[in-house]
Design a binder for this molecule. Structure first.
Ligand code: GDP
Length: 325
């Protein structure tokens, strides 16, 4: 898809449970036009503002957002249209390496912190890993609509946490956006007008760098970070292309973690759009995609050029920067 990676952003969303990650993603998608408008819903007789804000659908939405990547399109103040892949990050310590894997897909981290609670254990846990992956945080102080919120103190607590985690000056000089995911607005300062989520979209475009590791002329390498399963098409490999490109029906080499190579053919390529996946002909370095038709395929495998099968290095993130050994 997006040949111009300068218009692409891969953002990992990290937060302690209940600090508002789901609500925030929901509003971002809503406001980028991927859901029907609240006005239409109201006219249709819906009691809730959100299309999916009821019962089973609410659960489905929560699960969907929490288990999948999604993408939003945003027309920025500079006139360019950006595609932002929003990558959900599990907050739990018991996912054995999953947090690290997921973070390797991102180029920046959106750190959501409750304006009343402040940083909590999961905030610390995931933030530490994000820093280790070289991701610079963009801090969202959420729930500032709460009467008991204390946003200024919480910003200081985030700074102290970063400093305690050994963050460098660049990370300590983080951008802060205040938000109420519940009311659907974000602002650069607490005195600003509270209109919509635009300030947060702008901050993501401005503060998250375009994809690192995105040479379209390099040998093709996609790192499989998660696997989905569908009754119709079987295993679906999801990951980020670190170099080169993939095309639908392309013959590729799948290299497992032991280095075994199997030659296989891609049946379908899907890019993320909202919560949906859209079939595309080609996906280029820097972007995320879902690949249908490969089996065997497992988490940690590399999808590579059939002619030049080179595995991506094992990712270790126990050092202050992303190391590929
Ligand atoms: P997650 O666990 O981080 O995904 O958090 P959710 O988005 O599910 O939100 C957790 C709870 O906080 C829910 O009851 C939300 O309605 C509430 N919440 C989320 N954002 C806000 C906000 O901006 N203001 C207020 N007052 N409540 C919020």
């Amino acid at each position: 898809m997006y040949a111009d990676t300068s218009l692409l952003r891969n953002v990992a969303i990290i937060a302690h449970v209940d600090h508002g990650k789901t609500s925030l993603v929901d509003k971002l998608m809503y406001q980028s036009g991927l859901y029907r408008s609240e006005e239409l819903d109201r006219r249709a007789g819906g009691q809730h503002g959100l299309v999916l804000d009821t019962g089973d659908l609410e659960r489905e939405r929560g699960i969907t957002i929490l288990s999948k990547n999604c993408a939003v399109t945003y027309e920025a103040a500079d006139g360019d249209t950006y595609r932002i892949n929003l990558i959900d990050t599990p907050g739990h310590a018991d996912f054995g390496g999953e947090v690290e894997r997921v973070l390797t897909m991102a180029d920046g981290a959106l750190l959501v912190v409750d304006a009343f609670e402040g940083p909590m254990p999961q905030t610390r846990f995931v933030l530490q890993k994000a820093l280790a992956c070289g991701l610079r945080p963009l801090v969202v102080i959420n729930k500032v609509d709460r009467p008991d919120s204390r946003p200024d103190e919480v910003v200081t607590e985030v700074f102290d946490l970063l400093s305690d985690l050994g963050a460098d000056d660049e990370a300590l000089d983080f951008q802060t956006v205040y938000a109420s995911a519940k009311e659907g607005w974000a602002a650069n300062s607490l005195d600003d007008e509270r209109v919509d989520m635009r300030p947060l979209f702008e901050a993501m475009v401005e503060w998250v760098p375009p994809p690192r590791f995105a040479d379209p002329t390099a040998n093709t390498q996609l790192l499989v970070t998660s696997i989905d399963y569908s009754d119709y098409v079987g295993r679906i490999a999801i990951g980020r292309i670190f170099g080169g490109k993939l095309e639908a029906r392309q013959r590729v080499a799948v290299i497992d973690r032991q280095g075994n190579v199997s030659n296989q053919q891609i049946l379908q390529l899907l890019a993320f759009e909202g919560l949906e996946r859209k079939e595309v002909k080609k996906v280029e370095a820097g972007d995320l995609c879902a690949v249908v038709g490969l089996d065997p395929i497992n988490i940690g495998d590399t999808i590579a050029d059939a002619g030049k099968p080179e595995a991506l290095p094992t990712v270790t993130v126990d050092e202050p920067t992303l190391h590929m050994t």
